[in-house]
Design a protein around this ligand. Structure first.
Ligand code: CMP
Length: 143
């Protein structure tokens, strides 16, 4: 079953949006298989955003993601990588459609509430970076 890495960024945690965001993915039908509220080290932030290292906003990005707790998650389900991206909306919240997470809750490209893996390769890399194998559960829904 496909898995993806999603993270409520510090702005989403500060704005009490963890529940709203988890609820959207639960209601869609996806299964939460890993989750933790955590502070992010600069080392982890720099590894996570390594592909943006040469961008002018890289420093800002690392400063922001390390500025307060994030809620890191692994979600599982049919086509979850692409569907979660669609549910998040465009990276720049000003371009994100109403009904998406960024479209409904954000106005700034830097503080855009949520991160989600953009491909199967990124999902595998990011899940491995943020979670140890025993933190990603496998369980059957019984009700
Ligand atoms: P995310 O999906 O976490 O991946 C890279 C992040 O870079 C992106 O979300 C944005 O929050 C951030 N980003 C993209 N463009 C800019 C920008 N021009 N200024 C600041 N942050 C940006």
């Amino acid at each position: 079953m496909e898995k993806t890495f999603l993270m409520v960024k510090p702005d989403g945690v500060q704005r009490n949006l963890i529940g709203e965001i988890v609820s959207r993915f639960e209601k869609k039908g996806y299964q939460l298989v890993g989750a933790k509220l955590m502070n992010v080290s600069r080392e982890l932030a720099e590894k996570h955003y390594a592909e943006h290292k040469e961008r002018p906003f890289f420093g800002e990005l690392v400063d922001f993601i390390t500025s307060g707790p994030v809620f890191a998650m692994v979600w599982q389900g049919n086509n979850v990588i692409a569907t979660a991206r669609a549910m998040m909306g465009k990276t720049n919240p000003l371009d994100a459609a109403a009904g998406t997470i960024r479209g409904d809750f954000a106005t700034s490209v830097g503080m855009n509430i949520i991160h989600g893996s953009d491909s199967p390769e990124s999902a595998e890399r990011e899940i491995g970076l943020w979670f140890s194998a025993d933190e990603v559960l496998s369980y059957e829904k019984t009700i």
